[in-house]
Design a protein around this ligand. Sequence first.
Ligand SMILES: [Zn+2]
Length: 239
Amino acid sequence: MEKDKDMEMILKLQAIDYELGELDRSKDYLPDMINNLESEMQETSSALESFEKEVTEQTLLHKKLDIELAALNQELAKLQKQMQVIKTNKEYDALTNEIVNRKLKISSTEEEILKILTNIDDLKEKIKEYKEKLEEVNKNNTTQLAYLRKELNSIEDKIKIKEGERKNLTVRIDKRLLSTYERVRKGRGDQVVVTIKKRACTGCYKGIPPQKIQEIRKGEQIFTCDNCGRILIWTEDSS
Ligand SMILES: [Zn+2]
């Protein structure tokens, strides 16, 4: 067999198998990526909606308390008017009590209103921030989603093309070498052809006898690692 040509083809085969593996893996991770991008858009939009809902509720509460405050002030004015036409001490005490009562209610209502207005201000800030965030997230994610969905839809076609390339290649490779390759791939995965570094197989790190290294360097024959069975090659980076 023509060793160099076979080795070239087996390396090409390994590259195709790696790409096929990547395509297979992307069938899992592309849907995950798509889900994550969609969730991010959904979550940002939900957060914005909940802030908007809260601001509506707080605004309604503010209006209700404003009306209550106006009523309390009216009652207070009425009581203070009655104070001018008071006749007995008993009436005076009762009225004073009522006035103090209203004043307390007025001050607590005013405090509540102030809190609500601060809340509304904070919420409006958040709404502004989240509107900008949503716009940006939507813009970025929509572009990415279009790309990822296109990728996902084209996986099967790409796999078919690669499988075709694989078939065309395997019919040209030496049968014995191919069967070694297929056997190692089944057991070891993507890395079938490995280089020699520091006088060891880079697949399993087992040392290789000097005699065998000499033979591999000569390049007249294809050798496999005694330990892991991977096909060994000598490259420019080997040592
Ligand atoms: Zn090995």
